[in-house]
Design a protein around this ligand. Structure first.
Ligand code: NAP
Length: 333
């Protein structure tokens, strides 16, 4: 099969297409024919060596994807028949459409080797490209909003960076739960997307006075929940617009920042962090169950910015680190 291989850390140019042997499904495993692979910023951090993982070279990047199950190990087939798996995976068989939530071999490839627990059913009305945009964005968005911030109807929510993969997922989930949403984007196109996805107010995080606009919108009370995509730039500002007993959930940060802790004292605020790599098994089942329901009820509808041939993976890694996000970038093997 064809796969992207990384032999050493470095810039996007270290992503090289190669012919490698097809993976085989061993105990507990399935092989998925990948029709689309999701590109996440973390793929670029790992590739450049800026992520605390013990990499074994060469490796194939990619956490997310979608495709069709091509092979299932006999023990998995037996266990499915015996009803030993969760309700989410109980009907999977060769030929099933699935989205991938992590894999053993990497998703930037024509085939991906996965644990049975890493594949989930993909409804017929969700395209493979959309399926490749489900796992990291929606798991992160769901956990940040509901399992960390305990966000609820009527509360003011600031999605600080609403135009990208996680931001658009947050918009869809928050709108379905009746939050009052302020979303930000850095381009006009991104702002239009945030508006179309149902934000009550759309602001530009590159403008000077947008924080004052948030104070005005919330009548000086501030925002109850902030989901933050770039904490190293915004955390101090977030604390200055946080409502009494509000919470900031840090999803993204690319550096350090100095903050005034007094701001947290005066609003009795909380700052929490989230890292999907640390998701406990039980929570993973809970979140993917919620995603299954969201897909069925058309609450979840991933936005695809660009489909790029797998062979041009380096272009995708360059693009995702530039300004002007608009949903997801996916690779087509
Ligand atoms: P993405 O699709 O590239 O989107 C990046 C978002 O950040 C865009 O909405 C972008 O807006 C926005 N942004 C840029 N400058 C900003 C600023 N000054 N203030 C606020 N927002 C700004 O990336 P993603 O997949 O949504 O991920 C977002 C971040 O979360 C990344 O850093 C990623 O690594 C991280 N992440 C963390 C986890 C976790 O487990 N903790 C999981 C997923 C993602 P414009 O382009 O419109 O300016």
């Amino acid at each position: 099969m064809k796969a992207i291989r990384v032999k050493k850390t470095g810039g996007p140019e270290v992503l090289e297409m190669e012919e490698i042997p097809d993976p085989k499904a061993d105990h507990g495993q399935v092989v998925v024919r990948v029709f689309a692979a999701g590109v996440n910023p973390v793929d670029t951090y790992i590739r450049s060596g800026n992520y605390p993982l013990n990499l074994v070279f060469p490796y194939t990047p990619g956490i997310d994807g979608a495709g069709i199950i091509q092979a299932i190990s006999p023990d998995v087939e037996g266990n499915i028949k015996k009803g030993l798996y969760s309700s989410l995976t109980k009907d999977l068989k060769v030929g099933s459409r699935v989205y991938i939530a992590g894999s053993l071999s990497g998703t930037y490839a024509q085939l991906a080797l996965c644990e049975i627990s890493q594949v989930y059913p993909l409804p017929d009305d969700i395209s493979f490209s959309q399926g490749a945009g489900i796992n990291v964005p929606y798991v992160t968005a769901y956990r940040a909003l509901f399992n960390k911030a305990y966000a609820g109807p009527g509360q003011w929510l600031l999605i600080h960076g609403a135009s990208g993969g996680v931001g658009t997922a947050l918009l869809q989930l928050a709108r379905s739960r009746g939050l009052r949403i302020i979303g930000t984007a850095g381009t006009q196109k991104g702002q239009q997307l945030v508006k179309d996805l149902g934000a009550d107010y759309v602001l530009n995080h590159l403008e000077n006075d947008y924080l004052n606009k948030i104070r005005d919108i919330t009548k000086g009370k501030g925002v109850k929940v902030i989901i933050e995509m770039l904490a190293n730039k915004n955390l101090q500002n977030d604390l200055s617009i946080l409502a009494l007993h509000g919470v900031v959930v840090i999803v993204g940060s690319r550096g350090t920042i100095e903050i005034d802790p007094r701001l947290l004292m005066s609003n009795e605020g909380t700052v929490k962090g989230i890292l999907n790599l640390k998701i406990p098994e039980e929570e993973s089942y809970q979140v993917h169950s919620a995603i299954a329901s969201g897909l069925k009820n058309h609450i979840i509808n991933p936005i695809i910015r660009k489909e790029i041939p797998l062979t041009n993976a380096s272009e995708a890694h360059t693009l995702i680190m530039q300004e002007g996000a608009y949903g997801k970038i996916v690779l087509l093997p």
